[in-house]
Design a protein around this ligand. Sequence first.
Ligand SMILES: NC(=O)c1ccc[n+]([C@@H]2O[C@H](COP(=O)([O-])OP(=O)(O)OC[C@H]3O[C@@H](n4cnc5c(N)ncnc54)[C@H](O)[C@@H]3O)[C@@H](O)[C@H]2O)c1
Length: 401
Amino acid sequence: MDKSQQICIMGLGYIGLPTAAILANRGFNVHGVDVIPEVVKKTNSGEVHIVEPGLGSFVKSAVFSGKLLAASNPIEADIFMIAVPTPIDDKNIPDLSYVFDSVNMILPFLKNGNLIIIESTSPVGTTDQVKEMIINARPDLDSVHYAYCPERVLPGRTMKELIENDRIVGGDSTEAAEKAKQFYSTFVEGDILITNSKTAEMAKLVENSFRDINIAFANELSIICDKLNINVWELIRLANRHPRVNILRPGSGVGGHCIAIDPWFIVSSAKSDSKIIRMAREINNFKPVWVTNKIASLVSDYKERYHKEPVIACMGIAFKPNIDDLRESPSLQIVDTLLDQERELLVVEPNIEEHEKFELSDYNDAINKADILLFLVAHDEFKELSIPEGKTVLDICGIFE
Ligand SMILES: NC(=O)c1ccc[n+]([C@@H]2O[C@H](COP(=O)([O-])OP(=O)(O)OC[C@H]3O[C@@H](n4cnc5c(N)ncnc54)[C@H](O)[C@@H]3O)[C@@H](O)[C@H]2O)c1
């Protein structure tokens, strides 16, 4: 593919910025657009506004070679890529307003022959909706190609996985899918699999629902085992010795901006048929509530025994081990509930420097000072700790399994 092509990427976040930096390092001219001026400013000075290992050096070389320029507005380009947020609202309905806003922004710059790729996780039919929106606004654009290519990277490994993962490319036509495949093959080393846009949209949602359902099974088991006084970790270890069983690990719920959200996109498209998908969401959403109820009973036992309020150390608030990402974190939700209940808390998160709402404690201090140690996230640092005598431990994430 001709590397002199101009790429315009809408959204310079966890997905857009690494993609922009990789493409620019491969020789494309990349124009990255973001609506947050600080993101644009930082990117143009070769800095990154998110934490992602390896990203800094890619952005620096992309910017200083002149191949990556960030801006607040799009320009004319050959390929437009959309990597803006697709959250859900308070009724679990997908909010596509960022996608539609970004489409409105690129509208005046589109030309026939352009390829528009949506990477934002989207409900089935979004690519068709975007196409319709563009054709309605600009009937002259009768030969634009549309493709949907879901992103599957794992935060923390984005720079590697963007290149190495297999990709699914769905087009509104075979020609569009082929064009998108040609584009991705300039930097993707995994297989690139072609389909239609609806199947590609659904594939992303299904992948995350599969994970959600399996985690829900583990979380439900943890609640049942607690009631039956069975060690769930031992149980799972034993059951997993079956050659065709692989039960995942329970935890404080499901967080992050993918697994906790994407299944709702399926539910919203096929409400009465998405029973197990919806139930998995409900089970995983209930787990932090169950944890706070469990703490309430530990606190009341403690108060009965010692006639004072216990200090609770909340060990970990990220949504999963060894990262700094707090989005949709069930552990953070637990901490918020405990704060609302005016519990005495020490909050520990070794992967972040500070938090706007509460002071963070050092994990060694916290385990010494607290009466109840609540292990919420299995960060590596916690695995090395030896627990002082006399502490009540609630191990939600299997630190001491
Ligand atoms: N982060 C991941 O690991 C991951 C993995 C797979 C899929 N996704 C999906 O990719 C999409 C982007 O996710 P993200 O994590 O990069 O989000 P993000 O919030 O990190 O970044 C999105 C960026 O888009 C910008 N933006 C918003 N509206 C815009 C507009 N109209 N024009 C230009 N920029 C705009 C925001 O300011 C933000 O900087 C989402 O749909 C997400 O579900 C993310």
